[in-house]
Design a protein around this ligand. Structure first.
Ligand SMILES: Cc1cc2nc3c(=O)[nH]c(=O)nc-3n(C[C@H](O)[C@H](O)[C@H](O)COP(=O)(O)OP(=O)(O)OC[C@H]3O[C@@H](n4cnc5c(N)ncnc54)[C@H](O)[C@@H]3O)c2cc1C
Length: 861
């Protein structure tokens, strides 16, 4: 074993081997993988080997599609077969709601370049004759599904990596990790110490233990998982013989089961409700090529439904039941990327579907390590997406919930109950007493809407408008016409201070920093000129800035801030960054009477000229020391008031008491989001993401190319000079009883006009490899994009996708935001659009000016 390596990958499961292969392919050959036993000594060896491309997050779905395409490549390079069976598969819907869900997934797939198809139960039965089709109302066919040999596939990655120069060390456990002052890692193993620049945690079932070696508790948990194998079945053999084809894979939502042909019999696996964590705190080091004791009672309810839906299987004898553990993060997606607060410590763990996702994970991570950027929008699997609140026990509750709901529909208005309440503000009980329906916002309980007194504060979950529709409308109207108050503790808040703070922020942000006492809005870009943040920044003092942004991006942004701190030498820093999290909380008041209300609570003049739109001031509100921004996300006259948590009840009570004479109402997050729609305001992670440039995102006025050499400036200047390919636009939609939820296709009657190819971007220019192994470079937004195939209907074409939307209650219209080709957005004569909502195409029109207060005079009043 060598004593130095550029990178050490810990763990020889499918994920570690994929990471090793991709690093070697990207040109890093001084790399080694260390495996404590033989390859596949964790979950990889007893996996069912199924793969598919569908994922709730379109960007993760894209990386899954890449994984499936990769298998031929590693087979060719390694000479090792993966035993690939590309059979295709169906998802079966047993209720109209589940069919709505499939329609949504299918609509999304259309611009992702997926060839999914909605089919009848009888058509599904023709490909899997063991089912009783009368149990179902419809199905979705996906040709890119199948199964493979897990062990062969892992070895194919490993052999291909070795061929490219990587070293693999077996039967050698990593026992300790320490770091030198210069950042070098000491990877202490049973066979000696390796000095490495980078360490990658691909420890699978032991990823938590490896995290703990560097003081990190990773939010993942292993769950027991069972699948059964039947004896050979004559029906299967007969089908194969008569059709010349293998039976397809089937996913049955109701039974929470998946099934497919395995040799001459059937494999059937369950995600049972009575699920069971395995090794909830520590994973034993002596576990390896072991299986767990099967527990048929636990999966009996799923089997009962399974046998009813697939009576052909019930008749077969069960040959074997496999029970093995594998790991999940809270939301079921992997944990990938550099861990905030550490240098060159990388994660590729909690990969619950290693054979669907392993390739994409390896590609994104190797890009990130080699080129400093994943090259794709990998937010959906970024290790930074969970906060400190994701403790061991919190994770345990959420993973069990996620597992037991693996095939359940998550409705757009559905809040999941496990591990809640976790964090609450001082107003939590008051909000409950006000009949608030609470939601989870990055681990914090936040009021969503207020149910009328005497009714149960509970969402009726649906894809259609639901019981919150009326009350949100009331909240919006009262706020727009009088005044409303809402809790905004869930925003991210930071303070950047020190003599270098202004230069630091000028280097990171696209907009000029404000003068003392003023506020600016500003995007943040990466080197490729893509959007990685959107901030509200106030200059609070000579060397002090207050910053607000999206709560979910707190660790993501802290990682970026820390990586870009000026290097002043050991122990000194010109810039200090503080993340408040819940040590600073907030309330927002908005509406035409909000100034009169606030004036009653403060002892300073806040008239129009004394406290202007976009001013920041520290002042006592209701007797509590606060920071006040004259700005609100409702787009109305309004204020954000920030205070230490100990003052929040005092300030809230003062607002409520003073507000009575003005008709003050409480409003929740959903009313806030409805109001932002009628102002055409974008949201982070929906409209604004790293796949879009600032001009595509219609953030032009916040980008000051001439101000200084900020990160991403050159790429942004290129985007502006060449003209953005896409453009964010806002639509008014003639919806029926359902509004858009995001990711719906946008159709246009383009006639003979050519507005360019429509492509949904996923990658954004970091050098990387395409599915054919060709290195791809450049900074085009369309790189890695999904080709839109065959989505033409007469003069109509799919020209874009929705990012978010909903009902704008004040203007009483359904609204949507999304991206279309810039040339089409600019061509006002183009006119005719349709947006596909739950499979039905609804007329829509681009709405250039915000329908509420287009001139901004109310906001500036
Ligand atoms: C019953 C069952 C069915 C499944 N079916 C499917 C399926 O159909 N499709 C699918 O995609 N996925 C399936 N999975 C999940 C799949 O197995 C996992 O997604 C995948 O194996 C994860 O791979 P990994 O490399 O992350 O982890 P692991 O396979 O657990 O590998 C981790 C490796 O790291 C090594 N290691 C750990 N700590 C150290 C250390 N300190 N030093 C050195 N080496 C170390 C371990 O020995 C191990 O070999 C299934 C899992 C189970 C249990």
């Amino acid at each position: 074993m060598k004593s130095h390596a550029k990178a050490v990958v810990i763990g020889g499961g499918v994920v570690g081997c994929s990471v090793l292969y991709h690093l070697a392919k990207a040109g890093w050959t001084d790399i080694m993988l260390i495996e404590r036993s033989e390859l596949t000594s964790g979950s990889s060896w007893h996996a069912a080997g199924g793969f598919h491309t569908l994922n709730g997050d379109p960007n993760v779905a894209k990386l899954q599609a890449y994984t499936v395409q990769l298998y031929r490549e590693i087979e060719a390079l390694s000479g090792q077969s993966c035993s690939l069976h590309l059979t295709g598969g169906v998802m079966m819907a047993d209720t109209p709601e589940r069919m709505d869900f499939l329609r949504l997934a299918h609509a999304k797939g259309r611009y992702l370049g997926m060839d999914t198809e909605l089919i009848t139960p009888s058509e599904a039965k023709a490909m899997f004759p063991l089912m009783d089709e009368t149990n179902f109302v419809g199905a979705m066919w996906d040709p890119v599904e199948g199964h493979l040999d897990p062990s062969g596939t892992t070895h194919a990655y490993a052999k291909a990596a070795r061929k490219l120069g990587a070293e693999i060390v077996l039967r050698n456990r990593v026992v300790e990790l320490t770091q030198e002052v210069d950042g070098t890692w000491n990877v202490v193993t049973e066979q000696g110490t390796v000095k490495a620049e980078h360490v990658v945690n691909c420890g699978g079932l032991w990823a938590r233990e490896i995290g703990r070696m560097v003081g990190v508790e990773l939010p993942l948990l292993a769950m027991e998982h069972m699948y059964l194998l039947t004896e050979p079945m004559p029906e299967v053999e007969e089908f194969n013989k008569s059709t010349g084809r293998e039976m397809i894979g089937v996913m049955d939502f109701k039974g929470e089961i998946y099934t497919r042909q395995e040799r001459n019999g059937i494999l059937l696996g369950t995600y049972e409700k009575a699920c069971k964590p395995w090794s909830p705190v520590n994973t034993p080091w002596d576990f390896g090529h072991d299986l767990l004791q099967p527990d048929i009672d636990r999966i009996a309810p799923s089997l009962e439904i399974g046998f009813k839906h697939f009576p052909g299987i019930e008749k077969a004898g069960i040959k074997q039941i496999i029970n093995g553990p594998f790991t999940f993060a809270l939301d079921g997606n992997p944990l990938v990327g550099p861990v905030q607060g550490l240098t060159n410590f990388w994660c590729a763990c909690a990969v619950m579907a290693g054979f669907s996702q392993g390739g994409g994970v390896g590609l994104a991570l190797s890009n990130w390590m080699v080129h400093g950027d994943p090259g794709f929008d990998v937010w959906g699997m970024d290790v930074a997406r969970f906060g400190e609140w994701a403790t061991l026990r919190y994770t345990n509750a959420k993973v069990r919930e996620n597992y037991s709901r693996r095939f359940s529909i998550r409705f757009p208005n559905e809040e999941l109950p496990a591990a809640r309440p976790a964090q609450t503000t001082a107003l939590y009980d008051t909000m409950l007493a006000n009949n608030a329906v609470m939601g989870d916002s990055w681990g914090l309980e936040t009021p969503l809407w207020f149910a009328p007194k005497g009714t149960e504060p509970k969402d009726i979950v649906s894809f259609h408008r639901s019981n919150d529709f009326g009350p949100i409308g009331e909240e919006v109207r009262a706020t727009r016409e009088k005044v409303g108050v809402t809790e905004i503790a869930n925003f991210a808040k930071y303070e950047v201070s020190g003599p270098g703070s202004e230069d630091f922020l000028n280097r990171l942000m696209t907009n000029r920093m404000p003068k003392t006492g003023r506020i600016v809005l500003t995007p943040m870009l990466n080197e490729f000129g893509r959007l990685i943040g959107d901030f509200t920044i106030a200059k609070a003092g000579e060397e002090r800035f207050m910053i607000w942004s999206s709560s979910a991006a707190q660790k993501y942004h802290m990682r970026w801030f820390e990586n870009h701190l000026p290097k002043d030498g050991p122990g000194t820093s010109q810039v200090r960054i503080h993340r408040f999290d819940q040590t600073l909380v907030g309330l927002s008041i908005a509406g035409p009477k909000s100034r009169d209300l606030l004036q009653k609570l403060v002892d300073v003049d806040i008239s129009t000229k004394a406290f202007r739109f976009m001013d920041f001031r520290e002042m006592a509100v209701g007797g509590a020391p606060c920071m006040v921004n004259r700005i609100t996300y409702t787009g109305d006259l309004g204020y954000e008031i920030w205070m230490a948590p100990a003052y929040q009840r005092l300030v809230y009570k003062a607002i409520k008491d003073a507000g009575e004479e003005f008709g003050l109402v409480d409003f929740g997050m959903r009313a806030l989001l409805s109001m932002r729609l009628e102002k055409n305001f974008p949201t982070w992670f929906r409209e604004l993401r790293p796949i879009y440039g600032p001009f595509e995102g219609a953030m032009d006025r916040f980008v000051k190319l001439e101000k200084n050499d900020f990160i991403g400036r050159d790429a942004a200047a290129r985007e502006q000079a060449e003209g953005p390919k896409l453009r964010r636009v806002s639509f008014i939609v003639d919806a029926a009883d359902a509004d858009v939820m995001g990711d719906e296709p946008i159709w246009a009657k383009v006639g003979g006009k050519d507005y360019g190819t429509v492509e949904k971007p996923h990658g954004y220019g970091a050098p990387r490899f395409d599915a054919d192994g060709k290195e791809v470079r450049g900074s085009s937004a369309a790189e890695g994009a999904s080709a839109v195939r065959g989505i033409v209907d007469g003069d109509w074409r799919v020209v874009g996708w929705v990012t978010s939307g909903g009902y704008a209650h004040y203007i009483k219209k359904s609204m949507a935001q999304g991206y279309v080709p810039a040339a089409l957005a600019a061509d006002e004569s183009a006119g005719l659009f349709e947006i596909e909502i739950l499979g039905s195409r609804r007329p829509a029109r681009i709405n250039v000016e915000p329908p509420f207060d287009p001139s901004g005079e109310k906001m500036r009043a």
